[in-house]
Ligand binder design. Structure first.
Ligand code: AP5
Length: 190
């Protein structure tokens, strides 16, 4: 089994931007976008048409999509699999874990990486992305979600034994952030 880096962060921190750059910067890496894998199953089951509808489904339906995505990722055998996913989902039924025990056990992470940005940066990045249906939230709510992400992260690290890195994706620094993470993972595979 190779390395399995799970990259996490609340929507708008720039997680997917950093993940894509990590995958291009590490020879032989494979991208696993958890939301995309869930969406493929959700569309096939005629439950949703786009990714921002998934978090509004009843949690029991989301759970079926979540388990299907985790099973597909569990079968990936590349030397580095970079998994782009979430520590929690804001659903109408409350915050719901993105990495409950059965999911994290199936994915066997070797590294947990939390991407962070300031509430101001997150709000601006969400506003600039017109391709998505973002929930409107205040900067105070974003600050609460950032704190909540850290608490879910420590739980995942304790459950899996994987080290957790917390990385700030400062404005304009996405290339440096991705390069730093690639170096860290190259060091881990020596
Ligand atoms: P997902 O696909 O992860 O969507 P998301 O949460 O909305 O996250 P994004 O990818 O849109 O935001 P991002 O923070 O990665 O920001 P981005 O790089 O685009 O998840 C979709 C859905 O799947 C979830 O809502 C959920 O329903 C489901 N899901 C996923 N995992 C799940 C799980 N484990 N369990 C259950 N459900 C799950 O960047 C945003 C903008 O900022 C861009 O314009 C970018 O260019 C810019 N930017 C990025 N970095 C910088 C920087 N350093 N400086 C300036 N601009 C920057």
């Amino acid at each position: 089994m190779g390395l399995r880096a799970v990259v996490l962060g609340i929507p708008g921190v720039g997680k997917t931007t950093v993940v894509d750059k990590m995958v291009s910067g590490y020879k032989g890496a494979k991208l696993a976008n958890f939301g995309t894998l869930m969406l493929e199953t959700g569309v096939a089951m005629k439950l949703v048409k786009h990714r921002d509808e998934m978090r509004k489904l009843p949690v029991e339906k989301q759970r079926r999509l979540q388990r299907a995505a985790a099973a597909r990722i569990a079968g990936m055998k590349e030397k580095l699999v970079v998994i782009d996913t979430h520590l929690f989902i804001r659903t109408p039924e409350g915050f719901w874990p993105g990495l409950p025990f059965e999911v994290v056990r199936a994915m066997k992470p070797t590294h947990l990486i939390l991407i962070e940005a300031t509430p101001e940066e997150i709000a601006a990045r969400r506003a600039s992305d017109t391709t998505r249906y973002r929930d409107a939230v205040t900067k105070e709510t974003l600050a609460e979600e950032l704190a909540l992400a850290r608490s879910f992260l420590t739980a995942s690290s304790t459950l899996t034994g994987a080290p957790m890195a917390i990385v700030r994706n400062a404005q304009g620094k996405q290339d440096e952030v991705a390069e730093g993470l690639v170096k860290m993972l190259e060091g881990a595979s020596r």
